[in-house]
Design a protein around this ligand. Structure first.
Ligand code: CTP
Length: 400
């Protein structure tokens, strides 16, 4: 139901296979109480029917520029200005080109050109079309014009190819819409959140170390989303190739011991999420000088010593324990059973289990299972941003 005084969106649906996802987007927007009027291009009508769109949006669907009935009911200028935000999803290569050129040959492009409101596009097209210099030029022009962009994501495409060009998922687009409308809920307002991310590096000597493949993406996505949901965020991170998200307090560390010390220095977090891939062992006695090969000598035998378990230490604190301590479980087999055992062993409240047998490290998407004392929830595959948002919304619910 549209709430009184609620904000509204003008959704322009372009003609691509991703148009079917616009139906889910309309449903999500309506569920959040946003008014949603829809313009469909002629090409969009080849992919989804105006009847489905009208049924979901609860409004007449507009598609004709020169329609006497449409113009008398609501002129195209009024249509483009009555909404608080114009959203183009899917934004096809053709629509992006028209927008970059300022063309206005049909109702969709005319409404986009005539609006005085912010515009968000969710591009969707074949990977080669996306990487084509013409599209990239148009994208740069649109960004320069202040147009907001969500996606595209990488993945399998309807055309059988793989790569960048899949439209962002409806939930990601809905989240971007809520952010732009300033109406995004802030369920973590006033909460202190501590997140660990990235790999640790355990020195062998001053120039060598042992580490792992963690990219830090999931932890950084969590930190970014936690800020958006209103939290005060400290991100304790091992070395990664990404800048800290805006608004996050970053503490850069290298070893597991430094990571634990940095976490323990954070005053009274409400929520701790350990997403770092901490090295379980360190080299017992790192050499103070570079180990030399000395042509005929044997390779050095490295003795290992255990590292502190950061999640376990923070979860089993007797004084000043955070109300909610969440860990990740990277598993290659028996994902749920191992996660359940880990939940008990570490004493945390929730484990986000993911199957890393298929290369999650460095990937943009993730399939996770939520394991807690109250059972297991299996979530569908989503981008790491979307997974992060859902985890934080779930935690915010538990903290209430
Ligand atoms: N973790 C941690 N400190 C460690 C090891 C792990 O804080 N020394 C945290 C990770 O950040 C993650 C969780 O513990 O949230 C589980 O990590 P994982 O590597 O899956 O488990 P391990 O404890 O290493 O157990 P195992 O090697 O048996 O899978």
């Amino acid at each position: 139901m549209e709430k009184p005084g609620a904000k509204s969106v003008l959704l322009v649906v372009g003609g691509g296979i991703a148009a079917y996802k616009a139906l889910e987007l309309i449903r999500l927007l309506k569920a959040r109480g946003l008014g949603t009027r829809v313009i469909m291009t002629k090409a969009a009508e080849q992919f989804v029917t105006p009847l489905s769109v009208a049924a979901l949006s609860g409004e007449k669907v507009f598609s004709e520029l020169f329609s006497l009935t449409d113009e008398t009911e609501m002129g195209h200028i009024e249509l483009s200005r009555s909404a608080d935000l114009v959203v183009v999803a899917p934004a096809t290569a053709d629509l992006m080109a028209k927008m970059a050129q300022g063309l206005a040959g049909d109702l969709a492009s005319t409404a986009i050109l005539a609006t005085d409101k912010p515009v968000l596009i969710a591009p969707a097209m074949n990977v080669r079309m996306w990487h084509h210099p013409a599209t990239q030029r148009n994208l740069a022009t649109l960004r320069g014009d202040g147009i907001h962009v969500v996606g595209p994501n990488a993945g399998d495409m309807a055309c059988g190819e793989f790569g960048l060009g899949r439209m962002a998922e409806p939930a990601e687009i809905a989240a971007a819409i809520l952010d732009l409308l300033g109406g995004g809920a802030k369920p973590l307002a006033g909460r202190r959140v501590l997140i660990t991310a990235g790999p640790t590096r355990e020195p062998i000597d001053p120039v060598r170390f042992i580490s792992n493949h963690s990219s830090g993406k999931q932890g950084y996505a969590l930190a970014n989303e936690a800020v958006k949901l209103g939290a005060q965020v400290t991100l304790v991170s091992g070395p990664v190739a990404m800048p800290a998200p805006l608004g996050v307090q970053l503490v850069a560390v290298e070893t597991a011991e430094q990571m634990l010390a940095a976490c323990e220095a954070v005053p009274a977090p409400d929520l701790v999420i350990c997403a770092a891939a901490v090295a379980d062992w360190k080299v017992a006695n790192p050499a103070p000088q570079k180990l030399k090969k000395n042509d005929n000598s044997e390779p050095p035998a490295l003795a290992f010593a255990p590292n502190p378990d950061i999640l376990k230490t923070l979860a089993q604190k007797t004084k000043g324990r955070a109300r909610l301590v969440v860990g990740f479980a990277a598993e290659t087999e028996n994902v749920i059973a191992n996660a359940e055992a880990k939940l008990k062993r570490k004493g945390c409240d929730l484990i986000i289990a993911n199957d890393v047998s298929q290369g999650v490290f460095g990937a943009g998407r993730n399939t996770v299972h939520l394991v807690s004392a109250s059972g297991v929830e299996n979530w569908p595959q989503a981008s790491k941003d979307e997974v992060a948002r859902r985890i934080l919304e779930h935690c915010a619910g538990l903290l209430k």
